[in-house]
Design a protein around this ligand. Structure first.
Ligand SMILES: Nc1ncnc2c1ncn2[C@@H]1O[C@H](COP(=O)(O)OP(=O)(O)OP(=O)(O)O)[C@@H](O)[C@H]1O
Length: 342
């Protein structure tokens, strides 16, 4: 869908993209990086709106340097900043954008109604945009990106300014853009955690350089840590503690789940193979407890970067290297969102 080769963009005082080479296939791809990493610059080059200083890029097989018009016919774009006219309705605005994309009047009206319904703005579609909430404005921006039925959409920070519930709804909508309509998505964010559930693939850039490009499942690999949760019983009023003691007697080191609410009831231990599962099962049965869950934990994307930051900090030559992407706060990870940090 997208390929770049040694793509650079230099402004007089800053290098926004620095020899970026990557390939992005179909599906939902997250482009993540801290503020100023070069995400918006990359999108503008891919749309043929801004020339690269060096290197090449192609979108849907079309060269961005020579085929910007054809690319924009086939690609939808949701810009980061608020750019909506306050005194027209969502319907008027989206019909106008559909007409600008070349749709005839009737098709433009029909597609607008369908698209506004899809983004959840059907009831409000005749109200002036100036009276909309931030979440509704983001939906109008999404609708105008989708109205001409593109093959691919670029969504620049679509969750910006939204509260945690709004973020979750927007991320759900983005996922459905792909699953319901088969449109591929490139979505940018400066919050790693929120892309974990939405994207098939994640590309991380920092200071205009490619830091990592891999499937989300590679980021969130299964760890060897086993999380076990048990019930209490009359004989063992603290089932978690009883299980930890029984495991310790068998020479197994354990920890509790951490600081999240309820995590104190989770026992964490290292799985050494099938026998660890059998041992836990047998001990739980011997103690007369109920087994609520026993599962291998996954890394969260943010943990991968925390580990990387810790490793970088430990290496003297990179002690001054910038932190790749600010890890989301614990609250942001729990809610899948969090406050806009700008
Ligand atoms: N037109 C421009 N002239 C000069 N510098 C620019 C221009 N556009 C972007 N930059 C600089 O290029 C760098 C990358 O900016 P860019 O907007 O692509 O980052 P970003 O990752 O999208 O972050 P943000 O979400 O904060 O916009 C920044 O240092 C920015 O100040």
């Amino acid at each position: 869908m997208i390929a770049t080769e040694s793509l650079s963009k230099r402004f007089p005082r800053v290098t926004a993209l620095d020899r970026l080479s990557m390939d992005i296939g179909p599906g939902v791809t997250g482009l993540v990086g801290a503020n100023g990493a070069g995400k918006s610059t990359l999108i503008k080059i891919l749309l043929g709106l801004s020339p690269a200083t060096e290197g090449r890029a192609a979108v849907l097989g079309l060269d961005v340097a020579t085929n910007g018009g054809q690319i924009r016919e086939r690609v939808g774009y949701m810009p980061e900043h608020d750019c909506l006219p306050p005194d027209v309705s969502a319907t008027e605005f989206v019909v106008h954008m559909a007409r600008m994309s070349g749709l005839p009047p009737t098709a433009a009206r029909e597609r607008t109604a369908d698209t506004l319904r899809h983004v959840g703005l059907y009831e409000e579609r005749y109200r002036p945009i100036g009276g909309y909430s931030t979440g509704m404005k983001q939906r109008v921006k999404l609708a105008q990106a989708l109205v001409h039925d593109p093959q691919l959409v670029f969504l620049d920070e679509p969750t910006n300014g939204l509260d945690p519930v709004g973020r979750d709804e927007m991320l759900g909508l983005i996922r459905r853009v792909h699953t319901d309509f088969g449109i591929s998505v490139l979505v940018t964010s400066h919050l790693l955690g929120e892309l974990e559930r939405t994207c098939d693939h994640v590309v991380v850039i920092d200071g205009g350089k490619l830091l990592r490009s891999s499937s989300t499942t590679d980021f969130t690999q299964i760890t060897t840590t086993l999380a076990v949760e048990v019930t209490d019983s009359d004989e063992c009023p603290d089932g978690t503690r009883a299980l930890r003691e029984a495991l310790r007697e068998r020479g197994m080191e354990t920890e509790t789940g951490g600081e999240l609410p309820g995590a104190g009831h989770t026992v964490l231990l290292t799985a050494e193979g099938e026998e660890t599962y059998d041992l836990v099962r047998d001990l739980v049965a011997d103690l007369g407890l109920g087994l609520i869950r026993m599962e291998q934990r996954r890394h969260h994307i943010a943990e991968v970067f925390k580990d990387k930051d810790a490793a970088d900090a430990a290496r003297p030559e990179s002690a001054s290297a910038p932190v790749a992407v600010p890890a989301p706060t614990a609250a942001a990870q729990q809610t899948g969102g969090g406050r806009d940090e700008r």
